[in-house]
Write a protein that binds this ligand. Structure first.
Ligand SMILES: Cc1cc2nc3c(=O)[nH]c(=O)nc-3n(C[C@H](O)[C@H](O)[C@H](O)COP(=O)(O)OP(=O)(O)OC[C@H]3O[C@@H](n4cnc5c(N)ncnc54)[C@H](O)[C@@H]3O)c2cc1C
Length: 407
């Protein structure tokens, strides 16, 4: 029997799982499975709903639900699928190397490794048990603190400050941001103003805007310098004094830094003249293939790639859908060359500011708060994500030439 085509998906969260789901639908779910083998590699043993992380840190009962073990997905146990728990340390144009030296060879590769953030938003845990343990440790610190400073007014810092203040209303919560307005990025000024208004006037978060933190005493582990995996490094300090760039000081029981993300370019070991990395991630074409004619068998989707202006779970899910359809087309009909393409989406963001407030921009429209609340799920899209990724049910067979769906 001919050797099956080996498709490897590196990363098993929003992008990686959705790639697997559609590869399964198009190649394995029908009455005559294709001669392929799918391998998904992830450090973790389950899906983690990052979108709910800020709420999970403040509400442990909810937080425990954020991790869904891969073992809950019956279709991932198909005999032509391997789910491998391991850490990717090197990626060449033919194989993925894991910590410990194992080489996983591929005919097609989907890169879905996301970006890294410092803990506690970034998550180092490999099992649900360790994840819940880590959540509980941060939650205990939060619960014990009378005053908390969140440093960094991007989407994550904003949602964290809002969740802390909503849950622990008596605490003093400050959000320190270096620019005059919150939420850097391609957003409407009116959106920034609405976020600031809710945080300050309705939730009671103290906004410290236009002020950079120039020193922190004691420093937190993320300030020590270079690290191979930021997710295992905590950006948290207790009994901290922050010095701001106007020489003022801000003291708090707990300081949490929510600053920036780290790409995973260092894992790529392609021939030296292959240049596919840019500041926003791996450059991909509308087909989700990486931007080099010599690598048509390598796709990248989700936060690791540069396709969209804002890195979002929905965008990751959509890019993976396109990548999986295109790989399935190439496997099933190698003589055809009509690949699917992803269409850039308008700028949009939905921010959940605690349980009771939301702001939503889609395209050039800032929706009123009632409309924003209507589209906000109480569980921060946990159930919707589990359903979209078919985590708990078997995906139906589909053709990679079917009319495109949203996911
Ligand atoms: C606090 C927070 C709130 C957010 N809110 C929203 C929101 O409201 N709406 C929205 O759409 N988006 C939101 N996002 C963004 C969203 O979470 C990301 O866009 C999404 O996670 C990207 O999915 P991904 O699959 O590309 O990457 P990830 O979800 O980061 O998955 C990458 C996977 O790769 C694995 N991995 C990484 N490196 C290795 C390695 N070396 N070896 C093995 N495995 C590895 C990881 O374990 C992980 O499972 C939020 C993010 C955060 C942090």
């Amino acid at each position: 029997m001919a050797t099956p085509t080996h498709i490897v998906v590196a990363g098993g969260n929003y992008a990686g799982l959705n790639a697997m789901r559609h590869l399964y639908s198009t190649l394995l779910a029908g009455p005559a499975p294709a001669a392929v083998h799918l391998t998904m590699i992830d450090r973790r043993d389950g899906f983690l709903h990052y979108v709910g992380m800020t709420r999970g840190l403040t509400d442990l009962e909810y937080g425990e639900q954020l991790w869904v073990p891969y073992a809950a997905s019956p279709w991932l146990r198909h005999p032509q699928i391997t789910v491998k728990q391991g850490t990717v340390v090197r990626i060449t144009d033919r194989c993925v190397e894991l910590a410990g030296g194992e080489m996983v060879w591929f005919d097609y590769l989907v890169l879905a490794l996301g970006v890294a953030r410092f803990a506690p938003i970034g998550v180092c845990a490999r099992t649900k048990r360790d994840f819940v343990h880590g959540l509980a440790a941060t939650h205990a610190q939060l619960a014990a603190a009378k005053s908390v400073a969140v440093i960094g007014g991007g989407a994550v810092g904003i949602e964290l400050a809002a969740d802390i203040k909503s849950k622990f209303t008596a605490k003093k919560v400050a959000l320190v941001h270096s620019r005059a307005k919150l939420l850097p990025g391609p957003f409407l000024e009116a959106l920034r103003d609405a976020v600031a208004d809710i945080l300050e006037h309705r939730l009671g978060v103290r906004l410290v805007l236009g002020r950079r933190v120039v020193a922190q005493d004691p420093v937190s582990a993320d300030m020590w310098g270079a690290t191979s995996n930021p997710e295992c490094v905590r950006a948290v300090a207790t009994a901290a004094t922050l010095t701001l760039d106007d020489n003022s000081a801000l003291s708090c029981d707990l300081a949490i830094r929510c600053l920036g993300v780290h790409n995973r370019h260092a894992l790529l070991d392609f021939p030296p003249d292959v240049d596919i990395t840019g500041p926003a991630g791996i450059r991909v074409r509308p087909t989700m293939q990486v931007d080099d004619d010599r690598l048509p068998h390598i796709y990248a989707c989700g936060d690791i790639c540069d396709r969209y202006q804002i890195k979002l779970a929905g965008v990751a899910i959509h890019g993976a859908y396109i990548a999986a359809r295109n790989i399935a087309r190439a496997v099933l009909h190698p003589a055809r060359s009509d690949l699917d393409t992803s269409v850039p989406r308008p700028v949009g963001i939905l921010l959940l500011l605690g349980h009771d407030h939301s702001v939503w921009q889609s395209g050039d429209t800032l929706h009123d708060e009632h409309t924003a609340r209507m589209v906000s799920d109480d569980d921060m899209t946990l159930a919707r994500s589990i359903a979209a990724l078919s985590l708990l049910q078997v995906p139906a067979a589909a053709s990679p030439y079917d009319q495109p769906s949203a996911t």
